[in-house]
Design a protein around this ligand. Sequence first.
Ligand SMILES: [Cu+2]
Length: 392
Amino acid sequence: MSAWRLVEDPPPPGDGGAPEDDRAGKRRGPSTRRLLVVAATVLLTLVGAGGLAAARSGAFFAERPEGCARPDRSMQLYAVELPKDGTQIRLGYGLTPQTASYPGPTIEMTEGECVAITLHNLVPAATLTQLRTDPAHPLGVSLHVHGVKYTQLSDGTVQSGSFVPPGESRTYTWFAQQRNRKTGSPGTAGYWWYHDHVVGGPHGTQGLGAGLFGGLVVRRPGDPKPDRTYTVVFGDRQSINLRRGAAADTCDAQNPQPGPTCLVARKGEKVEFIVVGIGNDMHTFHLHGHSWADTRTGLVDNGQPFADGVPIIDNKPLGPGDSFGFQVTAGDSVGPGHWMLHCHMQFHSDGGMSTMLHVLDEDGAMPPGHSHHSHPANATGTTADAGQHQHN
Ligand SMILES: [Cu+2]
């Protein structure tokens, strides 16, 4: 293990200025340097004697971000193995082991809030071994988050030691830092996501590909709350939430129940979307019949002098790792119906990258005459085998 420290660049040799010792003396006296060497030696000795374990236990890195004296609340999150999709291994996060899904549960925070999330790894070691790309890579799952504040101990990576071996648990601390004009902090309100960063390799590519991801929304105190929130993850092989074509929409036509992959609302309800890109492809997210403000909260205060400066859009580019979100009023002015939601890269939508926002009337019924058979017939519904010629 190396002893990292930030030092100033040494002065360039022989540039015709003052003698080297003199300039170095101005920057940092020889005795200070000797002290640094001693300190580094002590540190190296400590690190040599189980430093990694010490780092894991928080001896060197802060447990919580500045501003989070102690967590305001705690949550339990479970990583479990789910039934295979074809031959594809599927994993999911859940608030209980029984309710794990992909995407995982949407996590909501308010600026200023600090949350402690304990992740329990229930994924069998044998499954993680199958997903491993290198036999030297450790087995485990993790929780890595975008947008909010966390320390090294909650980074969710192998290099920081912040992952969870099979059968074990670990608590991650997230801080939704608030806006602060004095320090210049822009705050953390907005639409983000969380995911594994460990399964298979150092970037969690196999964990992401198996389903370990979910949406995060950070609200400002007083922000309007939606009636429903859906997370929509665009990925490789023309997938939405790792599903394609008819399989992307799991709503029961007779009795649609809102769920991670059944997007349904009554007319007039505020529906919130968290949109995330994973994998290797670029996408464009398009929702029929609804448009939104292209701001960090997906909202705009009508009547404000700046309101006209905010673009109103119904289509937005999305690259891997990107996330955005917005709120719409379901069926506003356009009424109930099966409103398509799809990637607007045509070969993606043609390949099955399409699902529906089902908007029912105020009584919770779909008016007669709204048939629902617009999923492409050529889409198999599983992403396990098709499309491999393109992206494998
Ligand atoms: Cu696409």
